[in-house]
Design a protein. Structure first.
Length: 118
């Protein structure tokens, strides 16, 4: 994830994090369902306090752009990416089905590409 903090900027670090994650979601770089790094890990990577990252995640969640799923972590929502919830659920159902069938990821992706172009 392409995220850096400019400690000299007038914008507070939590806001820089919030804006960048929102931007990466909106432009499709972070897809719906993408799992964000844990708060402590991202804080360590960026050289900021854990509370700074926690505040950014909290504000993103209040805006409906991320969802916290307990031990499963914080993920980008369909709303953040402009993807319909139905499309996200269809993708998750397909992924579950191909995993249950033992189909490798590259083959599953090729099947989807063929179905979309054919």
């Amino acid at each position: 994830m392409d995220l850096t903090i400019d400690h000299r900027a007038a914008t507070p670090p939590y806001e820089q994090i919030r804006l960048r994650i929102a931007e990466l979601s909106a432009n499709g770089t972070l897809a719906a369902g993408f799992r964000l790094p844990p708060v402590r890990a991202l804080a360590a990577d960026l050289g900021v306090a854990a509370n700074t990252v926690a505040r950014a995640y909290r504000e993103l969640e209040q805006a409906g752009l991320v969802e916290t799923r307990g031990r499963a972590g914080t993920v980008i929502t369909a709303r953040a990416t402009g993807t319909s919830v139905q499309a996200q659920h269809a993708a998750q159902a397909y992924a579950a089905t191909v995993r249950a069938l033992g189909i490798p990821d590259d083959t599953a992706l090729a099947l989807v590409k063929a179905a979309l172009t054919g």
